[in-house]
Design a binder for this molecule. Sequence first.
Ligand SMILES: [Zn+2]
Length: 265
Amino acid sequence: MRVAQLGSGTPEIAVVAGVHGDEPCGVRAVERLLDERPTVERPVKLVVANEAALERRVRFVDEDLNRAFPGDPNAQTHEGQLAAELVAELEDCLTFSMHSTQSHADPFAIVNGVSETARNIVPQLPVAAMVETSNFAQGRLFSKIKTIEVECGLQGSETAAQNADRLTRAFLTAVDALPGDAMRRELPVFELTDVINKERADTYEVFVDNFTEVDAGETFAAADGDEQVADQPFYPVLMSSNGYRNVFGYAARKLEVLSAPPAAD
Ligand SMILES: [Zn+2]
């Protein structure tokens, strides 16, 4: 784990990259901040989490770090120990953690509960949606640390790296670490309700778009041509034909739309 800081004093804000070693976008954003060293109005902790996995370009060495929290200093796995180190490092910080996916190119935010902090900060980020995932929080960083996660785009893409950079700057502006005002945008809020499992098969197809409502009776995916039909309406999230081994993605319901404040005259 690499830890650095912008500004002086004890940080109450942290930016975390590389929780997953095959998602390099956030590392680029952190390295750019370290190169440019912008003047900050509040100190910011910068963390590159799983360096061993990043070096090997794999998601993890022994187990998924974002399922290993709270971890244990005496854990048998690299990520179990690292989780405990990260918790100690981030304990007092509002943390911004960057990820990327194989299923969706447009950035969106993931939170554990729609807190006042989430309602305030996330509409100031360049994201298309906020996804509340407390039904699936077990073992994740935000089960222990106050965290806003962002999905920056497609894994390994240049666009994801550029998005990570924009998202980090918007976050640092929203928390008053960087000067300026962030624009607030209208933001739909979704809650993950179910996992959509996939059967073992050779070919998988997904016929629907993430964050676009699927009607009851609509065919949304297929495994080896075997069609899966929605028995009730849902919003697909993180759905992809190639992403996770055992799941197509998740079903969500729309909770609300946070409105943008009227523009000042
Ligand atoms: Zn990730």
